[in-house]
Design a protein around this ligand. Structure first.
Ligand SMILES: Cc1cc2nc3c(=O)[nH]c(=O)nc-3n(C[C@H](O)[C@H](O)[C@H](O)COP(=O)(O)O)c2cc1C
Length: 210
């Protein structure tokens, strides 16, 4: 298991990607499956993932990201988008998927459906937005860890203008909102930050055993 920690120490938020190196389609698909397999509250998966390769789109997004070079230089750019609001169809679609996947009847899952609707439908829109946005960060964590395990570099990014991303990618008309971005690729040898020691609180400072 020590290897897991080696990989987590190996990873770092990559500042300079080697623009000549591409993540293979096979590896990209593993990462996307890892995102898809992410746990979410109730299992509702209130998000959608965009894989951006198009150069023109990437250069527009870079302008909307404080000109951070990772946006254009990484092999692939993932935009994790949450559903800023939702209605009963979020639950109904999920319930249909359970019925289809597990071969159960509507009656079997009616209680679960009503429980989810009862808990979620009355939430104010701001709360719905923050709750679905939180779910995308679970996928982000999975992607960071699995990529590290595969020795693929990443940079998680919040340094971008959400409204501009939503506009450039046409997200709002699909009831989506750019929550967080992940640049994926391979580090440049020139990126000095890869040699910086990790800055983390000690276990004593950050963990309490009771
Ligand atoms: C949600 C999130 C948003 C971040 N946004 C940016 C960003 O916009 N640009 C950037 O260069 N790094 C960004 N980072 C990277 C952090 O600064 C970095 O993860 C942190 O300093 C710890 O360093 P390490 O990841 O290299 O271990 C972000 C990290 C997270 C988790």
């Amino acid at each position: 298991m020590k290897n897991v920690l080696d990989k987590l120490n190996w990873r770092y938020a990559t500042k300079m990607f080697d623009a000549s190196k591409k993540v293979s389609e096979e590896d990209l698909n593993i990462l996307l499956d890892a995102a898809r397999l992410t746990a979410s509250s109730y299992g509702l998966q209130p998000y959608h993932f965009y894989v951006i390769e198009d150069k023109d789109v990437r250069s527009k997004l870079r302008k909307a990201s404080y000109d951070q070079p990772q946006i254009t230089d990484a092999s692939h750019l993932l935009v994790l988008a949450n559903k800023p609001t939702f209605d009963e169809s979020l639950v109904d679609n999920y319930i249909d998927n359970i019925i289809k996947t597990r071969g159960v009847s509507k009656g079997d899952v009616e209680g679960y459906s009503n429980m989810m609707k009862g808990a979620l439908m009355g939430l104010p829109d701001a709360h719905k937005n923050s709750w679905t946005s939180n779910q995308t960060y679970i996928a982000l964590g999975n992607l960071l860890t699995i990529a590290a395990e595969m020795e693929i570099d990443t940079c998680p990014m919040e340094g971008f203008d959400k409204a501009q991303y939503n506009e450039i990618l046409g997200l709002a008309e699909n009831n989506l909102n750019a929550a967080v971005v992940l640049a994926v690729g391979y580090r440049s040898k020139e990126d000095k930050t890869q040699h910086y020691p990790k800055v983390r609180y000690s276990k004593e400072e950050i963990i309490t055993h009771i």
